[in-house]
Design a protein around this ligand. Sequence first.
Ligand SMILES: [Fe+2]
Length: 233
Amino acid sequence: MLDIHSHFLPKMDDGSKSTEMSMEMLRTSRKQGVTTIVSTSHFYGDNESPEHFLKRRAHAVEKITPLLTDEEPEILLGAEVLYFPGMSHSESIPKLAIQGTDLILIEMPFITWSDRIFDELITLQYNFQLHIILAHVERYQAIQKRGIYERLFEQPFYFQCNAEAFTARRSRKLAMHMIDNRMLHFLGTDCHNTDHRPPNMEEAKKVVEKKLSPNEWLRLMQNSEALFEKHKL
Ligand SMILES: [Fe+2]
């Protein structure tokens, strides 16, 4: 099972606060069936260069590497890159792609989306031959105008939901709609810690199996893993 969105690296962002917490998050993930986890610490282009981010990330990885055993999932490195105007011409952005793939996780801004934003992202894909995964698409519903999700799903991107999308009442309808219409490409936990935002793949699994079927959960997992494989370089 693949968790494509997580903040388990220690002291990188508002995620894990210590190496101990990082290790606990990794072990919990593994117990819930996650075999590969992508580290996607926040990257904010307006106050950090990709190079500086990568240095910090390497340092955080060094902290946990000696503690890793076979009780944790395989770790792949990436970033959750917040949209910023001009990113399609930033030569360093491809360095933030998910390790060993041409996939990049992008966080949409928490403002009303315009065509300009979509155009910038399409140009980013084109300029660097990347494929965008839009992070936790369910989280913007309250701030977007009506109809914007129809526009969103027309875009040539992959879409990721958080596991929480299935457990929270406000987002479950959209998440189920995305599964039904084969628009949910990847699932992530977006786990930040061990208390109020812990690894929670298990809960999403329970909801999908109960509301849809065990087969539907299996299909979702297998499809996203196959899609991920397809994008390995
Ligand atoms: Fe996140």
